[in-house]
Design a protein around this ligand. Structure first.
Ligand SMILES: [Zn+2]
Length: 320
């Protein structure tokens, strides 16, 4: 226990079994060495399996990753780094430790999060141009958390902007969104990103919609690496939504034709099917006469607005 404690708080060279260099962020002309516990996977974003994105914790504990970067670049972006580097030496100089000729500055972030965070300074397109596929939300966790910690406001804003760009906040966004398919794990990772980065207030509608999305994906029998609290919110929201759906009256048909099946048709579709933009409501109302289908068609515009608003309303109050 004492040994573990010492490894975490004040590592000496003989305490650290494996020293690694970040595969991307080790520049020979760098003038500061930073180090953090854990290892860094490469590539950061891509169709990799979960194990390589999140290295096993027993391995992570035995590794220190070193980064050799530039004080000027970090200071330019972060007042915290600026202050840190304005001190005569790094915080670990009292141990006398050196690495590659420099006194390493020990940071108490995970190496993976630090790597993704520092990468933003050297790759300006890392946040905005990386494909929004599986792994994206996880790879933004470090940049967002550390943007808060090291006070890099533009980076935080950039990540928020990307989330707003991807996730719908209104019906217009939704129509663009629904052509893309998203996996459940990917959505849960995005929810984690929002919560860990404390940006709920910046993306309230988007977050509510994320919960709605997972509530309609029918593969929940699978095992996801998520907080059970998310499931509770999801099911609660879903229950409220279904209750509201049942109470909907739908359009009032004044069918002129007799005998008519139209009177018997009820507006009993689910939120999902109403949200789908479909210019042919006969897909849902197969037995309507032409006149009634015109009525329903005009009603659909209003219904979709109402439906989207209900989704946001029912999930938003749960995540506030
Ligand atoms: Zn009719």
């Amino acid at each position: 226990m004492d040994d573990d404690d010492r490894l975490v708080k004040r590592p000496r060279i003989d305490d650290v079994p494996v020293a690694r260099r970040d595969p991307y962020l080790y520049f020979h002309d760098g003038n500061v060495v930073l180090c953090a516990e854990g290892c860094v996977s490469e590539p950061v974003i891509g169709p990799t399996d979960a194990a390589s994105v999140n290295p096993p914790s027993n391995e992570a504990k035995s590794v220190i990753t070193y980064f050799r970067v530039h004080q000027s670049i970090l200071s330019l972006q972060s007042p915290v780094f600026r202050d840190m580097f304005s001190l005569p030496q790094g915080p670990d100089t009292d141990t006398g430790e050196t690495y590659d000729g420099l006194h390493p500055v020990r940071l108490y972030d995970t190496a993976q999060e630090l790597s993704n965070f520092l990468r933003v300074f050297y790759d300006p397109y890392f946040v905005s141009a990386a494909p929004y596929t599986r792994g994206y939300a996880s790879s933004m966790l470090g940049p967002l958390k550390l943007a808060n910690k090291y006070q890099v406001a533009p980076l935080r804003d950039q990540i928020i902007a990307r989330l707003r760009e991807i996730w719908p906040k209104d019906l217009e966004d939704y129509d663009a969104f629904r052509t893309q398919s998203r996996s459940c794990q990917e959505i849960f990772d995005t929810i984690s990103l929002v919560l860990a980065g404390r940006i709920q207030d910046e993306v309230p509608y988007e977050l509510a919609f994320m919960y709605y999305c997972v509530s309609v994906i029918s593969t929940l029998g699978r095992v996801y690496s998520i907080d059970p609290a998310y499931f509770r919110i999801m099911f609660k929201g879903r229950r409220c939504l279904d209750k509201e759906m049942v109470s909907w009256k739908g359009p009032q048909f004044q069918c002129q034709h007799t005998p008519s099946e139209c009177q018997r048709e009820r507006f009993q579709e689910t939120f999902q099917s109403i949200l789908v933009k479909d210019d042919n409501p006969l897909k849902f109302f197969s037995k309507l006469c032409l006149a009634c289908s015109v009525t329903v068609r005009s009603y659909m515009v209003e219904a979709r607005e109402k439906c989207f608003a209900s989704i946001i309303k029912n999930f938003q109050h749960l995540v506030e």
